[in-house]
Design a protein around this ligand. Structure first.
Ligand SMILES: [Fe+2]
Ligand SMILES: [Fe+2]
Length: 353
C-alpha cells in the first residue's frame, strides 16, 4: 500500500503537468497521447483502472473528491442515529442500531483506504472535512427528532444510498468498485431494518403510527435530494458518466428510487407526502412533485438545522481520539522490525494495531 501511494505521487505529478499543458493549449506529446489512448480503451472495454495504471489527472481528482465525500458521509452519518442508541426501546433494537452505526464506521474505513490508493491520505482528507473544504451528504444535517426517524433513515436514506451505490459496484476505478460491493450488502441490511422498524410502528398504537408518518413526512423530500441536482444543473455528471465512474444520471436514479418506494409505502400503510405523486401509464413510471432546491442549496451552504452541530462534534471526536491514534502508531513502531519497516510498513501497522 505504501509503495503504491509513493508511485501514485509520482504519477500524480506527471498527470498534473499534462493537465497544465492541455489547459495552456499545448498539444500533449506522443507518450501522453499513447497513455491516454490506453486509458480510454480500458474504460471503453469496461476494464477496471487500478492504482498503478496511468490515469488523467482530472479522473484522479474527480475520484478523490467523490470518494472523500462518500467516506465523510459515512462517518458523519453515524451521528444522527447514534443519538438514539441509548434510547432504543428494546435490547434487540439497541443491538441492531449499534451494529448498523458500527457498519457505517466500517464503510468510512473502506472508502478512506480506497481513496488512499489515489495518492492522498486519510489525515489529509479528514483535515479538509474539518476545515469545511470537502463536503458530506446534506441529508445528515437534518435532526433525528423521534425513534421513528431511525426507521425512516434506514428505509429512505439507506434505501436512496443503495439506489445510488449499486451502480458504483461497476465503477471504472477498481478499489472503489470493490469497496462498494461489501458496502451495498450492508446497506441492504440497513434498509431492511429501517423498513421493519417502521412497519412495527405503523401497525402499533395510533400514536406510534402517527410518529412513523411524521418521520416519513420529514425525511421523504431530503431523501430525494440525496441524488443531487437535476441533470441539467449537475456540473460533474456528464464527465463522470463518460469515465464510467457514474453509470446513471441523478434524475434516472431519483426516478428509480421513487418507483421502488411507492409500493413499499403502501405495504407500510404510510403516505408519501407528495400530492402530485401518481402513476403515469404512458411513461410506465411515477410522476412526482417539484423538489424545493432552495432548501437543498441552503443546507449545502451550511444553513441546515444541524450543520454546525455535526462538524463541531466531528472535530471534537477527532481531537479526543488523538491519544488512540498516537498509541496505535507508537505500538506499531515498537513492534515493527527493521525488515518489515522498509518492506511493508502499512500492512504491518494494520496487522498489529
Ligand atoms: Fe453506509
Ligand atoms: Fe447505511
Amino acid at each position: 500500500m505504501a509503495a503504491v501511494t509513493a508511485d501514485q505521487t509520482t504519477q500524480s505529478t506527471s498527470g498534473t503537468a499534462k493537465a497544465a499543458g492541455r489547459a495552456a493549449g499545448t498539444a500533449p506529446d506522443a507518450a501522453d497521447a499513447a497513455r491516454l489512448a490506453v486509458f480510454e480503451a480500458a474504460v471503453a472495454a469496461d476494464d477496471r483502472i487500478e492504482p498503478r495504471d496511468w490515469m488523467p489527472e482530472a479522473y484522479r481528482a474527480t475520484l478523490v473528491r467523490q470518494m472523500a465525500q462518500h467516506a465523510h458521509s459515512e462517518i458523519i452519518g453515524m451521528q444522527p442515529e447514534a443519538n438514539w442508541i441509548t434510547r432504543a426501546p428494546s435490547l434487540r433494537r439497541k443491538a441492531i442500531l449499534m451494529a448498523k452505526v458500527q457498519d457505517e464506521a466500517g464503510h468510512g474505513l473502506y472508502l478512506y483506504s480506497a481513496a488512499e490508493t489515489l495518492g492522498t491520505s486519510r489525515e489529509e482528507l479528514l483535515d479538509k472535512l474539518h476545515a469545511g473544504r470537502q463536503r458530506y451528504s446534506s441529508i445528515f444535517n437534518y435532526p433525528t427528532l423521534t425513534w421513528a426517524d431511525v426507521g425512516a433513515i434506514g428505509w429512505l436514506v439507506d434505501g436512496a444510498a443503495i439506489t445510488n451505490q449499486v451502480p458504483l459496484c461497476r465503477c471504472s476505478y477498481g478499489p472503489y468498485a470493490r469497496a462498494m460491493v461489501r458496502i451495498c450488502k450492508e446497506e441492504s441490511f440497513h434498509q431492511r431494518q429501517g423498513y421493519e422498524l417502521l412497519l412495527a410502528l405503523s401497525r402499533g398504537t395510533e400514536a406510534q403510527h402517527a410518529m412513523a408518518q411524521d418521520a416519513v413526512d420529514r425525511w421523504w423530500w431530503p431523501s430525494l435530494m440525496m441524488f443531487g441536482p437535476p441533470d441539467d444543473a449537475s456540473s460533474h455528471s456528464e464527465q463522470s458518466m463518460a469515465w464510467k465512474i457514474k453509470r446513471h444520471s441523478n434524475d434516472e436514479l431519483r426516478q428509480r428510487f421513487v418507483d421502488i418506494c411507492v409500493p413499499q409505502a403502501e405495504a407500510l400503510g404510510l403516505t408519501l407526502p407528495d400530492p402530485d405523486l401518481r402513476w403515469n401509464e404512458e411513461r410506465g413510471q411515477h410522476d412526482f412533485g417539484a423538489i424545493d432546491w432552495t432548501e437543498f442549496q441552503e443546507v449545502l451552504k451550511g444553513n441546515g438545522p444541524c450543520n454546525e452541530q455535526r462538524i463541531t462534534q466531528r472535530r471534537r471526536a477527532h481531537e479526543e481520539g488523538a491519544w488512540v491514534r498516537d498509541a496505535a502508531a507508537a505500538y506499531a513502531a515498537k513492534h515493527t522490525t527493521p525488515s518489515t519497516r522498509t518492506a511493508q510498513p502499512a500492512q504491518h501497522v494494520e496487522e498489529t494495531a
